[in-house]
Ligand binder design. Structure first.
Ligand code: IFM
Length: 472
């Protein structure tokens, strides 16, 4: 593991951030840990899904992943040399409660205890995500997020984690991207548990929010200091100005953004839900008082941003409304950008990052401070003959998005931190190991870590920021 090669020339022009701004990197349990059946861990929905033929690219699984479970000291050392203030990782619920409820597996907690202590010893403060998609399979067998009990079990699990780590962990994130759990998992079926459903997916969205609210309460009762949720909100535009496209925009805003932001920050359900889902949004999963639980005050909002969306109207065949899924809202995505795309196929449009932040700030004036909990790009990296990874496209992506972020701060948006996705190349869900998001390369045969040029660039940006802080 070498971090001594010269920083790329792009380091000359670093965007500037306010004093006290947090820099970090992020990962998630199933994507990096491996050790899928060690120390009492139970199976998660991602174990089941990835082991089902045809679900992930090339049949990839997280059985080994980056073997972070065993190699975490090396990864913490990478973080120390990077100089980040904070590291965002997620706790695997099936390590803590193999059956999703009931007895706590102390060995599972021991792992996160060791990781937390190592981070603190390296001068890096832990930011813990409680749920980054690896639901215990036993809970899915009882209905998963479609049922209310899962929200209650999530609070029980939260209490177990905060009881062990709460004396040392400052920042807590309840859920990561509930959009993906509810809609990619229960409506599109591209993610675990691979369901294609209508009303049950909307029930899942509601129960995720409720579980978040219960977890906030549990964290507050345990004295946690900084509590938030991470959303992947989208900057969405209509492909044209025709009324049908503007209506498509409203439906897309409801599906991607307002399902989350309205209950969390405005104390109501989205106004256009009947227009978006018709009879699917029957509200059968809601109870009086839920909005109060969901809308509990937060200390920050986590935002993950990668690319913008443009949508057009695409009337869907109503032949069998009974088969309609919750993502079938008569909208098609178009790609008018004419820019470079990452290997995920996502257009690179940094200014849309500024636009999203400013729009959010204007729409919800009482919004808590924002942390960018993920931003980064998957690129076709290669290991060069000199042993380095010259990932110039990722350096440009990060630099341009950090500039866009800095512009949003200048426009008055209260953003306090930025975490690169991701520290390591890792298991990119249904896309397997094909997509490399890391600022550190992982050789999946040897598991050797190689810091890329983007790691060196980010290290220098952080160092420049620190030097500037000291001048103040
Ligand atoms: O890898 C994912 C992560 O788990 C959640 N946010 C988006 C990333 C890139 O697709």
């Amino acid at each position: 593991m070498s971090t001594t090669s010269p920083a790329p020339s792009a380091s000359a022009a670093f965007p500037v951030f306010p004093p006290g701004f947090t820099f970090g990197t992020a990962t998630a349990s199933y994507q990096i840990e491996g050790a899928h059946d060690e120390d009492g861990r139970g199976p998660s929905i991602w174990d089941t899904f990835s082991h089902t033929p045809g679900r992930t690219l090339g049949g990839a699984t997280g059985d080994v992943a980056c073997d972070h479970y065993h190699r975490y000291p090396e990864d913490v050392e990478l973080l120390r040399r990077l100089g980040v203030d904070s590291y965002r990782f997620s706790v695997a619920w099936p390590r803590i409660q193999p059956q999703g409820t009931g007895p706590v597996n102390e060995k599972g907690l021991d792992f996160y205890d060791r990781l937390t202590d190592s981070l603190l010893a390296a001068g890096v403060s832990p930011a813990v995500t409680l749920y980054h998609w690896d639901l215990p399979q036993a809970l899915e067998d009882r209905g998963g997020w479609r049922v209310r009990e899962t929200a209650e079990h999530f609070a029980e699990y939260t209490r177990a984690v905060v009881a062990r780590l709460g004396d040392r962990v400052g920042r807590w994130i309840t859920l990561n991207e509930p959009f993906c759990t509810a809609f990619v998992g229960y409506a599109e079926g591209r993610h675990a548990p691979g369901a294609r459903e209508g009303t049950p997916a909307l029930a899942a969205a509601h129960h995720l929010l409720l579980g978040h609210g219960y977890a906030v309460r549990a964290l507050r009762e345990a004295g946690a200091r900084e509590i938030g949720i991470t959303l992947n909100l989208d900057r969405i535009e209509a492909a044209g100005s025709a009324p049908a496209d503007l209506a498509a925009l409203r439906r897309a805003e409801t599906l991607h953004n307002e399902v989350w932001t309205e209950p969390l920050f405005a104390g109501r359900y989205p106004v256009a839900e009947a227009e978006t889902w018709g009879a699917l949004a029957d509200g059968s999963y809601r109870r009086d008082g839920d909005l109060d639980v969901i809308g509990a005050p937060l200390d920050f909002v986590g935002l993950n941003f990668y690319r913008p969306l443009t949508v057009a109207d695409a009337p869907h065949a109503e032949a069998d409304p009974g088969l309609r899924t919750a993502t079938d809202i008569g909208v098609v995505e178009t790609d008018p950008y004419g820019t470079r795309h990452t290997t995920m196929g996502w257009p690179v449009v940094p200014e849309s990052f500024t636009d999203l932040l400013v729009a959010l700030h204007e729409r919800y004036p009482g919004l808590p401070p924002i942390h960018i909990t993920e931003n980064g790009s998957a690129e076709a990296d290669t290991l060069s003959a000199d042993g380095a990874v010259h990932d110039a496209d990722r350096v440009s992506y990060l630099r341009d998005h950090l500039r866009a972020l800095s512009a949003a701060i200048d426009a008055g948006v209260d953003v306090r931190g930025y975490y690169v996705w991701s520290l390591l190349d890792n298991f990119e869900w249904a896309r397997g190991y094909d997509q490399r998001f890391g600022i550190v390369r992982v050789d999946y045969d040897t598991l050797e870590r190689t810091p890329k040029d983007s790691y060196l660039w980010f290290r220098d940006l952080i160092a420049a920021h620190r030097a500037q802080e000291q001048e103040h």
